[in-house]
Design a binder for this molecule. Structure first.
Ligand code: CAO
Length: 416
């Protein structure tokens, strides 16, 4: 079976999380991803958060599946020559160095276009053009600068970052979308182009509904926010809304049976208007169907605390799975709070290849997250991440056409 991107070669100059997320997705879609790493050092994450002495970390192995590794010191004469050949041979260069690093290496966008006008050059940076464009940025900085932190957490608490890596992995997703669009555009024009995915912009895109609420504030209080029902005035900016639903159907996280000892014994419960009557029956409040305070969505908004209090009295008598079993057949939208342990052990995620077990020569078996997007003609076999420089000779010989003597000399000079 052919794969969507199996005719595409990627020069993968990425490191840490944002860029590698992008190139891993492209690799899963069939692209030949050549990861370029500094000899003897490699991607810094290989040796970060180490859980097994001497082995590549899970941080690295889980972000670099299905890639080939070429070691290359791009600051040496020989390294620059290899890099030039790679630029001429590959379709896309992906990088997420600190601003200016690629220029300092001698590979500006202008130079890359000279070498290969068909090349697409794709970058993650912390910020787009503007006052902060020269800044180095990590995940949580992006979450803070992109509007996620100011809108996450409880009203009376600190801004919070989320566990979902929306700054790094989220921007990697955006970049992959940009690359695929540029590849399709190149089919029409024959020319490559620059693709830039700033992390701040990516996070803001994912916080779109909060900018929606910022503008709605002009028209009055945000009635679906809990603070409205609590009589707390709104300020000038979109506030933190705890676990309130971000949409028009009010929802909350509610305790389930066992919450006193199990930190994940909770469910998310949505009081969707279409199933209000069924909710009333399930929680033993049939009289709320016609009640003047509860009968319609607008009537309910000032009473969300009482409503969710009553629903929680019911959910606390059930496990989070029982809540699901009872509510699902009634079309009441609920979802258990699943721990990483539960997800790792979930058979249906194993069956679809979203949780996969890989075998690594240094680590033995380990779990990873497989491709979360499924294409019917693009089955993804998740392969382990490469060891540092594992494919150097293969790439120099087969892809770039160096002979054995030239490869030996590149090695001797420290270029690879
Ligand atoms: N051969 C020779 N030199 C190499 C090389 C290679 N194969 N690979 C990298 N280098 C050099 C770079 O050229 C750079 O050198 P100069 O500073 O002399 O130009 C140097 O290594 C360090 O690169 P860097 O500045 O990108 O790395 P850092 O660890 O200092 O910063 C990070 C890391 C992530 C903060 C920064 O790369 C960044 O801001 N990237 C953009 C935003 C981003 O992607 N952030 C998400 C990261 S995941 O949380």
């Amino acid at each position: 079976m052919s794969k969507a991107l199996d005719h595409i070669k990627i020069l993968d100059f990425t490191h840490v999380q944002s860029g590698p997320t992008c190139t891993q997705l492209l690799a899963w879609m069939g692209a030949d991803v050549i990861k370029v790493e500094r000899p003897g050092v490699g991607d810094a994450t290989r040796k970060q958060l180490v859980d097994m002495e001497g082995a590549d970390s899970l941080y690295f192995t889980m972000l670099n599946h299905n890639k080939r590794s070429l070691t290359l010191n791009s600051k040496t004469e020989g390294g620059k020559e290899v890099l030039e050949r790679l630029v001429k041979t590959c379709d896309v260069l992906v990088e997420n160095f600190a601003p200016g690093a690629l220029d300092r290496m001698g590979f500006s966008w202008e130079r890359i276009q000279e070498l290969n006008p068909r090349m697409i050059m794709a970058s993650v940076k912390g910020f787009g053009p503007g006052p902060y464009e020269d800044c180095k940025v990590y995940e949580n900085v992006a979450q803070c600068a992109g509007g996620a932190a100011s809108t996450t957490g409880f009203r009376d608490g600190l801004p919070l970052v989320t566990g979902a890596q929306i700054g790094d992995s989220g921007t990697g997703l955006h970049l992959a979308f940009g690359i695929c669009s540029a590849l399709i555009h190149r089919e029409k024009t024959g020319r490559g182009q620059r693709v830039l995915a700033p992390m701040q912009d990516g996070v803001l895109n994912l916080c779109r509904v909060k900018l929606r609420d910022q503008q709605r504030l002009k028209a009055g209080p945000l009635k679906e926010y809990s603070q409205y029902g609590e009589g707390v005035a709104f300020g000038e900016a979109t506030p933190r809304a705890g676990n309130d639903s971000g949409g028009g159907q009010p929802g909350r996280i509610l305790k389930c049976k066992g919450w006193e000892t199990d930190p994940d014994a909770y469910t998310y419960f949505i009081t969707q208007a279409a199933v209000w009557e069924k909710i009333c029956d399930v929680i033993g409040k049939p009289e709320w169907k016609e009640h003047p305070d509860y009968a319609t969505p607008p009537l309910r908004l000032p009473h969300l605390n009482e409503i969710f209090g009553a629903i929680e009295d019911w959910t606390m008598t059930k496990t989070k799975y029982e809540v699901m079993e009872i509510c699902n057949p009634l079309d009441i939208p609920v979802g258990p709070i699943l721990s990483m342990k539960e997800l790792a052990e979930e058979p249906s995620l194993r069956a679809t290849g979203t949780i996969v077990e890989c075998e690594h020569p240094e680590r033995g078996p380990y779990l990873s997250v497989g491709c979360p997007v499924k294409l019917s003609d693009n089955e993804v076999v998740v392969e382990r991440s490469p060891l540092l420089g594992e494919h150097s000779e293969e790439i120099l010989g087969e892809v770039l056409g160096y002979d054995a003597e030239e490869i030996a000399s590149l090695k001797e000079s420290g270029a690879v």
